[in-house]
Design a protein around this ligand. Structure first.
Ligand code: PLP
Length: 463
């Protein structure tokens, strides 16, 4: 039941103050969602799978900071590791053994990683691999999939997913989909003002999960293409898994044309399994971007790949890339503690995550069906998106499919869940994240709230 005793005055006041000194009152656009009374909820603390806002309302959290918190909020071991690192001094401008340890763990886990360079965010990782790929191939063009998101890098913020997509969708309800159909190559339109068109033009677009379209692109421009960048499981148009043969096909195509295949595993790395999507799908990228989980909730990013490529990076090679806070001891320590938890017991964490996420998914499908609301749930491991499709179970294979979903229904569902103490990503085009702290009882409570919230959707549609 929606809880009428929940109040949100403190969040409203906090938002008012924030709006005075920060654009939109937030540090990242999707956080500015219009929650109860039109303001976002301001979070005071988190523990396990629960967050508490500044009005002392508690929520079961499926945002999970958009991915990093796979072992939940304030996990004892992660907190202790970060606190210990802080006690030894926050950072030094000199190497620490923590970096080597975390890099070693990444190399151990990811089949396509011989060496690792740490940066401070997923955006930085993507920006840096683009430079490396261009340097390695002597070519300028990139290919990215429509609706995938690789951070706010100028040349990659072109028909981008995540917040860029949500904002565009909000502005032009119903016709945000400006991807061209058929054989017409989509136009490389920047997702933000301030990006030179000439730079956006170096990014070619192709629909996700469409190998034929990628082949056509390579037939036309293959000799100029430095790299194909892809989220191996798309997470930023909502979760969309790769179809059988897609990742292998991209591998063959890149090899044939002398381009590099880059997996952006900022979201999927250590999320869909210990070895990321590359192990799950037995795929072989040349370079991999990482972030989120490897920092245990602290700011981090990394890129990794074959030794011959990684040794082109400065100071081993001439491709310049640097960072005052890169390899920060707090982030390394929190990341190491997180990965240690995930590695224990031969990956039993992932078995547990799979079970919880499967229970959540099937419960959502059942509850939607009972309420007469059409729903498709895409899920890979502990990341999932319930899409409000036109027909129950209608496939969502790419951006165009995602864009046919009823975002107004998602908004009704989101608000109904929030009022019932469940915190979801505020957009249809984001992934929900289950953590090891989402115990059975919490999943059950979530599903009870979902039953009522699907009824609210049905009511809003007048059915
Ligand atoms: N790549 C992917 C696949 C992401 O999901 C994100 C962020 O959500 C990024 C890159 C950018 O990472 P960050 O927000 O740390 O810059």
């Amino acid at each position: 039941m929606s809880d009428p005793t929940r109040t949100h005055q403190n969040s409203a006041k906090a938002f008012e103050r924030a709006l005075q000194v920060m654009p939109g009152g937030v540090s990242s656009p999707v956080r500015a969602f219009k929650g109860v009374g039109g303001t976002p909820i301001f979070i005071a603390r988190g523990a396990g799978a629960i967050v508490e806002d500044v009005d002392q309302n508690q929520y079961i959290d499926y945002v999970g900071s958009f991915g990093p918190l796979i072992v939940g909020h304030a996990n004892d071991r992660v907190v202790a590791a970060a606190a210990k690192a802080m006690g030894r001094g926050a950072c030094y401008g000199a190497p620490t053994e923590l970096e080597t340890q975390l890099a070693g763990m990444i190399v151990e886990a990811l089949p396509a990683a011989d060496m690792v360079r740490f940066v401070n965010s997923g955006t930085e990782a993507a920006m840096s691999v683009v430079r490396l790929a261009r340097a390695a191939t002597g070519r300028d063009l990139l290919v990215k999939c429509i609706g995938c998101y690789h951070g706010h890098v100028d040349s990659l913020l072109v028909q981008a997913g995540s917040g860029a997509l949500t904002m565009a969708e909000a502005e032009s309800r119903g016709d945000a989909n400006n991807s061209a159909g058929g054989n017409t190559p989509p136009i490389s339109a920047p997702s933000s003002p301030g990006i030179p068109r000439s730079l956006a033009a170096t990014t070619l677009l192709t629909p996700y999960n469409d190998l034929h379209a990628a082949e056509r692109l390579f037939d036309e421009r293959g000799a100029q293409i430095a790299a194909f960048l892809v989220e191996p499981v798309a997470g930023n148009m909502g979760v969309v898994p790769p179809e059988a043969g897609y990742l292998d096909g991209l591998r063959e195509l890149c090899t044939k044309h002398g381009a590099l295949l880059i997996f952006d595993e900022v979201m999927t790395g250590f999320r869909v399994g210990w070895g990321g999507a590359q192990a799950l799908y037995d795929a072989a990228p040349d370079l991999t971007c990482l972030g989120k989980i490897i920092g245990g909730g602290l700011p981090v990013g990394a890129y990794a790949g074959r030794r011959s490529l990684m040794e082109m990076v400065s100071p081993a090679g001439s491709v310049y890339q640097a960072g005052t806070l890169s390899g920060n001891p707090l982030a390394m320590s929190a990341g190491l503690a997180t990965l240690e938890i995930l590695r224990e017991g031969a990956g039993e964490c992932y078995v547990h995550l799979e079970k919880s996420a499967e229970t959540l998914m099937s419960g959502l499908i059942g509850a939607a069906h009972a309420a007469g609301v059409a729903l498709t749930v895409n899920r890979v491991g502990s990341m999932l998106t319930p899409f409000f499709t036109r027909m129950a179970g209608a496939p969502v294979r790419n951006f165009d499919d995602a864009m046919t979903c009823d975002t107004a229904a998602y908004a009704v569902f989101f608000h109904a869940m929030l009022e019932r103490g469940v915190f979801l990503p505020p957009s249809q085009f984001e992934a929900w994240f289950v953590s090891t702290a989402h115990e059975d009882l919490l999943i059950e409570s979530t599903l009870s709230a979902a039953k009522e919230s699907f009824d609210a959707v049905a009511k809003s549609r007048g059915s």
